[in-house]
Structure formats: structure tokens, C-alpha cells
Design a protein around this ligand. Structure first.
Ligand code: 7TS
Length: 414
């Protein structure tokens, strides 16, 4: 239709690719086809320059110096928090806590909230399609508190079993921690629905948005989400910086996760009192340049026509799925109705790692293995997959290059 045609026109993927210097190179004599965006995304000039400019002109520690550079660094750091607030549509920037990424955020909530609130007999639900980062922290805390981690089953298609969820939701469930988009399958979970159902039994909900943030609009207030987290490096920003959103009342009631400077109000050997939220959860010198780089990534991302971007990404993924369906000897792992960013598959009779190595020889970068999600691999009866994961700068030509390279892989292997 004309409407789709005109939105697509406002997303010039070649102009976008030109802003990512790393993409314009040859790998093993072939143009790089970067399809490992689930692991980390590449960075546009705007982000690289923002980090470089920060270190060239403004670098200093935050919240402590009585000098101009410290003021500049502090203001850039706090403006970055506001940028994250905007990205998530959180009610206040004080509800944004800097972490080093999704993994640290889940650990913060599991240990701070979990140790203070979980008791023997309590249950924490996670899904069977979680990344290990959203399983293991809960196992550690449940081992200390006597609570139990219970997996929400997943269907053969790789979708969350919502009926089974309803069966599990009772007064024993105190917390549900669920991935928004599966990194192993690309399944998009109906998080608004899950949050509403969990709230009906009084459970809190955390959403792991690591694989969602580069693909969708997010709105904490509309979702009524209790906690949400993502990693900056999966949103065209630097590694080592991420954010945790939490509702203010919950954050205020939670004890600190780690102690140190900055997170305190007063320290004495009689009694130490803590700083207000968010600083209570931010001990030590933070990743200031990382926050500045992430803010640049968000500003850059906000400059795109979001609807056109999403239409482009859906078209590329739909094309990849169609090619996969028509490809002899290829089995898709995960066939959810709603998916984003990921094509996970096995080539019959071959090991994913061999396929990945042979693709790399042709310049095609994918990830292979269990994708830090072993439970969903065993649930779906595979030891690992080949995963092509897409970002907004990928094209149909990248998909064609993947399948042309697979033709050669098959010639080599069979
Ligand atoms: N949750 C999900 C859904 C993820 O995809 C990842 C990283 C994490 C949590 C952990 O994020 P981190 O930034 O703290 O490491 N996923 C992947 C991946 O799929 N390939 O490499 C990293």
C-alpha cells in the first residue's frame, strides 16, 4: 500500500549504514555482513564522537568536584539519565539507576529486593526462554532465602504458555521476571498482559528488555512495569553501561545492593545513612563516558523515523523467515507469531559452530551455540543454533548474503 511505501521512503538505510564506520570493511576478503546484533550492536559516528569529545573536553569525576569540568561532567551524566527516562517514558529520572547492563540490573533487584522480601514457600517465576542473566541471580537468592524459582513453560513454537502461566499464578508467587524479546528465538512476549496477570495475584514484575530496546517504543507508565532493564551496548551505545528502571516506592523501600562512596548520606561507626534514590544504588565512580555515549545513542535513535524503522526491520526479518522456510535442510528454531530481530536455525546434519566458522570465512558474522539460554535449547531439543540477529542497518541484501554463504557452507560440509 501507499502508506507503507511512503514510510519506507523516510528510512534511508544506506544513509544510516554510512554512519557506522565499522560496517564498511572486508572480513576474510568479503564485505562484512554483521548479523550478530543480539550480542552487541555497532556504534554510529555520533556515539564514537560523543565519547571522544567527552574525554577531550569535559572529563572529570561527577557530583564532587568544585570546578568547571566536574560541573560539566555531572551535568552531562545527569542529562543522560533524563535521556533514558525519555526512552522508557518513566515518570521521573530518579527512577533510572545506572548499572553496567542487564546482568547487573537483574542481580541488583534479585539481591536487594529478593533478600529483603523472599521467604521459604515463596515463588519467583521466570520463563523457560530466559537468558542465564535472568535465571542464575534468582537461583542464588532463592538458595539464600528458601524461596523457589519456577519456570513458566514454553510451547513447541517457542511462545510463552499463557495458560500454564495462569495455572502457576497464585499467592505463593511474589515476583515474575520475564524477557521481553528472547535472545535465542526472537519471540516477543506479551509483557503488558503478563504484568496485568501477575499484578492480580500481587506479584511484582521485572522485564528484561535487553533485546527489545533497539526495536520498539517502550512506555513504563503504560506497561505499569515494576522494573525494566536494558544494556546500552545493544542500543548502539557503549559497553559497560545500562539502566534499571524501578518504581520509586519500590526503590525507596529496597536496601542498598553494594556499599561505597556516593551511595551514602553520612558514615560513622555508630550509624551509616544512605543517599536518596537513585544514588543509593550507585556506589563508586560510575561509567561517566559510558552514560554520555549512551545518551548520544538515544539522541541518535530518537532522530530516526521510528515507524519507518520498525517497518524496515519487520520487512527484513519477514524476508529472512521466508528464505529460511524455503531453504532445504534448514530447521527454524522458534516459530512464534510475534518476533523481532532474530533468526535462529540449525542446518540438518551439521554442527552450528562449524556453520558459524564457515560463514565467517565468507564475511558473515553470526553467533552459534546456546546463546546463554541453555534451558530453552533443551526444551526445544537442540544443543545450540546458528543465530542471525538483525539491527536497523541490516538489509535484504544482508539476508541474501547469508543464504548465498549457506549454499557454500553446504557444499563444503556435505
Ligand atoms: N538478557 C538478554 C535477553 C540478553 O540477550 C542478554 C545478552 C542479557 C540479558 C545480558 O546482557 P548483558 O549486556 O548484561 O551481557 N545477550 C547476549 C546474546 O544474545 N549474545 O551475547 C549476549
Amino acid at each position: 500500500g501507499g502508506a507503507i511505501g511512503s514510510v519506507l521512503m523516510s528510512f534511508d538505510v544506506q544513509a544510516i549504514r554510512a554512519q557506522f564506520p565499522i560496517l564498511a570493511q572486508q572480513i576474510n576478503g568479503n564485505p562484512l555482513v554483521y548479523l550478530d546484533n543480539g550480542a552487541t550492536t555497532q556504534k554510529p559516528d555520533a556515539v564514537i564522537d560523543a565519547i571522544s569529545n567527552f574525554y577531550r573536553h569535559d572529563n572529570s569525576n561527577v557530583h564532587r568536584g568544585a570546578h568547571t569540568l566536574s560541573d560539566r561532567a555531572t551535568s552531562a551524566f545527569e542529562q543522560a539519565r533524563v535521556a533514558v527516562q525519555g526512552l522508557l517514558n518513566a515518570g521521573s529520572s530518579d527512577e533510572i539507576i545506572w548499572t553496567k547492563g542487564t546482568t547487573e540490573s537483574v542481580n541488583l533487584v534479585a539481591f536487594s529486593w529478593g533478600q529483603a522480601n523472599l521467604k521459604p514457600g515463596d515463588r519467583v517465576l521466570v520463563s523457560a526462554m530466559e537468558h542465564h542473566a535472568n535465571i542464575v541471580p534468582w537461583q542464588l537468592v532463592c538458595a539464600k532465602t528458601g524461596a523457589e524459582v519456577v519456570p513458566i513453560p514454553v510451547t513447541d513454537a517457542g511462545e510463552l504458555d499463557l495458560e500454564a502461566l495462569d495455572g502457576l499464578l497464585d499467592e505463593r508467587v511474589k515476583f515474575v521476571s520475564i524477557v521481553h524479546v528472547s535472545n535465542a528465538l526472537g519471540t516477543v512476549n506479551p509483557v503488558a498482559e503478563i504484568i496485568a496477570r501477575a499484578h492480580r495475584v500481587g506479584a511484582l514484575v521485572m522485564v528484561d528488555g535487553a533485546q527489545a530496546v533497539a526495536h520498539f517504543d517502550l512506555d513504563m507508565q503504560a506497561l505499569d512495569c515494576d522494573f525494566y532493564t536494558f544494556s546500552g551496548h545493544k542500543l548502539f551505545g557503549p559497553t559497560g553501561i545500562g539502566a534499571l528502571y524501578g518504581k520509586m516506592a519500590l526503590l525507596e523501600a529496597m536496601p542498598p545492593f553494594m556499599g561505597g562512596g556516593e551511595m551514602i548520606e553520612t558514615v560513622s561507626f555508630e550509624q551509616t545513612t544512605f543517599n536518596r534514590v537513585p544514588y543509593k544504588f550507585e556506589p563508586g565512580t560510575p561509567n561517566i563516558a559510558g552514560a554520555v555515549g549512551l545518551a548520544a545513542a538515544i539522541t541518535w535513535f530518537n532522530g530516526l523515523d521510528r515507524a519507518a524503522m520498525m517497518a524496515h526491520e519487520q520487512a527484513v526479518l519477514d524476508y529472512a523467515v521466508e528464505c529460511a522456510h524455503n531453504y532445504p535442510g534448514l530447521t527454524l528454531i522458534g516459530q512464534a507469531d510475534q518476533r523481532a530481530g532474530v533468526l535462529s536455525f540449525v542446518l540438518d546434519g551439521s554442527h552450528p559452530h562449524d556453520v558459524g566458522t564457515l560463514l565467517d570465512q565468507q564475511g558473515v558474522a553470526v553467533r552459534t551455540g546456546s546463546h546463554c539460554a541453555m534451558p530453552i535449547m533443551s526444551r526445544l531439543g537442540v544443543s545450540g543454533t546458528v543465530r542471525a540477529s538483525f539491527a536497523l542497518y541490516n538489509t535484504r541484501e544482508d539476508v541474501d548474503a547469508l543464504f548465498a554463504a549457506l549454499d557454500k557452507v553446504k557444499l563444503f560440509l556435505f
